[in-house]
Ligand binder design. Structure first.
Ligand SMILES: [Zn+2]
Length: 387
């Protein structure tokens, strides 16, 4: 195996408090890192770097663990730009807009769905994301959910079955019948292709009883649990996620004190997706400060989807979280890396200590602060390869 020494790192974020400055980010200045066989073998001051087979000088740039985007919907067809424009002109968002994407997905062939998903995955990577989750949820038939999951599985190991995204139009008069399909034939067909199951718990989507039966059925098929929770109002999603031991409750825009306490007292990560609050012109952003002060674990994700958060940019999400959710730049970077890893129950990514995956994000900037300080600027620098 070839060992590569990355040196000239102006600031190395390890997310290991035992390293460097002792903060949660475990920052080292004037640092170096040795990667061997895809794994970090050594980190420390550049002046003490060991010899290696190859050497890359990063000329003072900052290096972070690659972003971990734990919530995306990359498998879809169609465009909802007009819906976005109408919303920005004052129309309110309700959960039903998903149905237009469902119609487009059912009409699209596999090649078109895969091409869109691959293009968006390339966008994610170009902006510094190295691990990402992808959900189904725009097929909503057994066959369409299955093919969306198969396309997602070509892109990532973190595949989520979201048959419970919305009750599709053909079940409008029989929502119980749709829950029976999701927990029966659809789950049987989809569970082998997924690691996770997710439910959109919201007025207009699924209530607590339906969500409980869907999540419980998913767990019985060996799937880990995730919940779209408390996006549009203070609903039952967060409480249910914590009660059932979900890895993550996502959105968390409207929380009661009891929801914050439940998140703080559980292993369920609060995943904030402020890109959705931005793109729906939500009257409120999630209060990340309140969650952190209570002791909850906070992650950031893009929620990339064509209706309510059509961004693939973790740096944009970091900037929003700093400006609108009360996170410091350091807290936002931790949430976008180690926090995302926690939301996926992964301990191999999101950190850059010895033994972790050598997923480096290099910035054309001297420190992590620039991700929020220079919003909208493409700072992710292609990771140089040794000559
Ligand atoms: Zn989502």
């Amino acid at each position: 195996m070839t060992a590569t020494l990355y040196t000239g790192i102006g600031e190395l974020v390890t997310n290991d408090p035992a390293q460097g400055d002792g903060s949660a980010l475990g920052r080292l200045a004037d640092a170096a890192l040795v990667a061997e066989g895809g794994t970090v073998a050594w980190v420390g001051p550049a002046s003490r770097a060991p010899a290696a087979d190859a050497r890359v000088d990063l000329a003072g740039r900052a290096v972070l663990p690659g972003f971990v985007d734990s919530h995306s919907h990359l498998v879809f067809a169609g465009d909802r730009g007009e819906e976005f424009a109408a919303r920005m002109a004052g129309r309110a968002y309700a959960a039903g807009g998903i149905a237009s994407t469902v119609a487009a997905v059912r009409a699209a062939d596999d090649a078109a769905l895969a091409a869109t998903a691959q293009r968006l995955a390339a966008e994610l990577r170009a902006q510094g994301t190295t691990t990402f989750e992808v959900k189904s949820g725009y097929g909503l038939t057994v066959a369409d959910e299955r093919r969306c999951l198969a396309i997602a599985a070509e892109l990532t190991d973190e595949v989520t079955f979201l048959g419970a995204h919305l009750v599709p139009p053909e079940f409008a008069g029989d929502p119980e019948g749709y829950v029976a399909l999701v927990t029966g034939e659809m789950l049987e067909a989809c569970a082998p292709l997924a690691r996770w199951i997710d439910v959109f718990v919201e007025d207009g989507a699924f209530d607590a009883d339906a969500a409980r039966s869907i999540l419980t059925a998913g767990a019985a098929h060996g799937l880990g649990l995730r919940v779209h929770a408390n996006q549009l109002g203070p609903g039952p999603g967060v409480a249910l996620a914590c009660e059932l031991g979900a890895a993550s409750a996502d959105h968390c825009t409207h929380l009661r004190d009891a929801d914050v306490a439940a998140l703080a007292d559980s292993a369920t990560v609060a995943t904030l997706v402020p890109g959705a609050d931005f793109s729906t012109r939500s009257p409120a952003y999630p209060d990340g400060r309140r969650l952190l002060d209570a002791g909850a674990t906070v992650a950031l994700a893009t929620d990339c989807n064509p209706g309510t958060s059509y961004t693939t940019s973790m740096p944009f999400v970091i900037a929003l979280a700093v400006r609108e959710c009360g996170l410091s730049p350091a807290e936002a970077v931790w949430a976008a890396t180690a926090g995302g890893a926690a939301a996926l129950r992964r301990d191999d990514v999101g950190r850059l200590g010895p033994g972790h995956a050598a997923h480096l994000t290099v910035l054309d900037a001297p420190s992590h602060v620039h991700l929020a300080y220079r919003p909208g600027v493409p700072l992710a620098h292609p990771v140089p390869q040794p000559d």
